[in-house]
Design a protein around this ligand. Structure first.
Ligand SMILES: [Zn+2]
Length: 92
C-alpha cells in the first residue's frame, strides 16, 4: 500500500525563503512562523491558510486512495509554487 505525505510549504517574502509547515503542530499552536527570519503569519490570515492546507491534504490523500484502492485512477498530487511577477504582466 502506497502512502504519500503532503507537506505544505510557505514562502516568506520578508526573507525570500520557503519552509515546510508542520501542519498539526502549527494548528495546535495557532501560529506559523518563518524559521529563518521569525516573521509570523498575521492572525487574521491564519484560518484561511489552515483551511486551505487541510483541504489540499484531503484532496491529495483521496487521490492516493483512488489510485491504490483497486480503482487504479492515475495518480496526481497538488503542488503549488509562488513566483513574484511585475504587474502588468505581459503574456507572450
Ligand atoms: Zn522569513
Amino acid at each position: 500500500m502506497m502512502a504519500l505525505l503532503t507537506t505544505p510549504k510557505l514562502k516568506c517574502f520578508n526573507c525570500g525563503n520557503s519552509f515546510p509547515v508542520n501542519f498539526q503542530k502549527a494548528l495546535r499552536a495557532q501560529e506559523i512562523q518563518c524559521p529563518y527570519c521569525f516573521t509570523k503569519v498575521e492572525e487574521s490570515s491564519l484560518d484561511k491558510v489552515f483551511s486551505a492546507m487541510g483541504e489540499i491534504q484531503d484532496v491529495n490523500a483521496d487521490l492516493v486512495k483512488y489510485h491504490t484502492d483497486g480503482r487504479d485512477e492515475p495518480l496526481f498530487q497538488l503542488e503549488f509554487e509562488s513566483t513574484e511577477v511585475k504587474k502588468p504582466y505581459v503574456n507572450n
